[in-house]
Design a protein. Structure first.
Length: 304
């Protein structure tokens, strides 16, 4: 892997770990979850995002594109042939109405560490730190990730890693000495369901979860609740049995209700074939929480 692209650095986050945190989002993930709320993080290369509602049809972007990928649509607004687009960003620089943006920037580790250390006071006061998220952190250039996590550890800054678990276990071993907590996603236990909705089976994900637990990692299990996919009794019981019967030790469980944030992003990325789901009812979330707690697994939180 030649490039490690970042999507965003989100300061003052209170959802991805304890306390006030700075979350660094990386670009690229082996999964392609149908409900992904950060679809711009799925692919490992830079991408163009286009907000058609902001476009005035001025044509500046058309003249700026060296690949001749931008053209005027029948609506009079600009459109992009994404098979030609290289995400060079020249059209972005000529768009005066902020309809265009490129997702994916490169930041050297020393510069990124300098940015993250600036918020040390907030971490110390709140018991927070830095969370690495994605995309998938553990599928990035591991020389980069290990250098980053080690540098933050040496600065005495807590590091949490948000992961889908689908990466070689040796990648996890490289950061185990420096990471405080793994925010570990479990999307489904039935292999066919996992394959259908994420594009990959879950064998390695489950194996890595069990190995991390045996190696003494702190694990915060996070379950995205998708109605009609993994909120039924069979999947819920399967997840609970996996944790209980295999002796996986958890610090907590977070049940994360699906939301539609990613739908608009898919449109701006030129992906019109995304699936639609309904957010789960509050009553359903409480039922699932009670189901987990009734099985002797706690603490369990809704959201986070």
């Amino acid at each position: 892997m030649n490039h490690t692209y970042h999507i965003n650095i989100q300061k003052f986050s209170i959802h991805d770990g304890n306390g006030i945190r700075t979350t660094v989002f990386f670009k690229g993930c082996p999964l392609s979850c149908a409900w992904c709320h950060n679809p711009e993080s799925q692919r490992f290369h830079r991408e163009l995002m286009f907000d058609e509602e902001r476009c005035t049809g001025c044509g500046s972007c058309i003249a700026a594109c060296p690949q001749q990928a931008v053209f005027r649509a029948e609506s009079g607004k600009a459109a992009t042939d994404r098979t030609k687009c290289t995400a060079c960003g020249l059209c972005v620089s000529r768009c005066f109405y902020h309809a265009r943006s490129v997702v994916g920037t490169e930041i050297p580790v020393p510069e990124l560490v300098r940015q993250l250390v600036r918020d040390r006071m907030f971490y110390e006061v709140s018991g927070g730190g830095v969370t690495l998220s994605g995309g998938e952190v553990m599928a990035q250039d591991m020389n980069y990730i290990q250098q980053l996590v080690k540098a933050l550890h040496e600065e005495d800054i807590s590091v949490d890693i948000d992961t889908c678990g689908d990466a070689p276990y040796e990648n996890f071993q490289r950061v185990l000495p420096y990471a405080d907590t793994f925010l570990y996603d479990l999307k489904a236990v039935t292999p066919q369901i996992h394959l259908e909705y994420t594009g990959r089976d879950n064998k390695r994900i489950i194996e890595n979860l069990q190995r991390l637990s045996r190696d003494g990692a702190k694990i915060n299990l996070r379950v995205p609740v998708i109605p009609g996919v993994n909120d039924g009794e069979e999947e819920t019981q399967g997840m609970i049995a996996l944790i209980r019967d295999s002796g996986v030790r958890l610090t907590q469980v977070n049940l994360l209700p699906y939301h539609r944030v990613g739908a608009d992003k898919n449109i701006r990325l030129g992906r019109a074939d995304c699936r639609e789901f309904e957010p789960p009812a509050a009553e359903k979330m409480e039922q699932l929480k009670n189901r987990w707690q009734g099985a002797g697994i706690s603490p369990v939180f809704i959201g986070g």
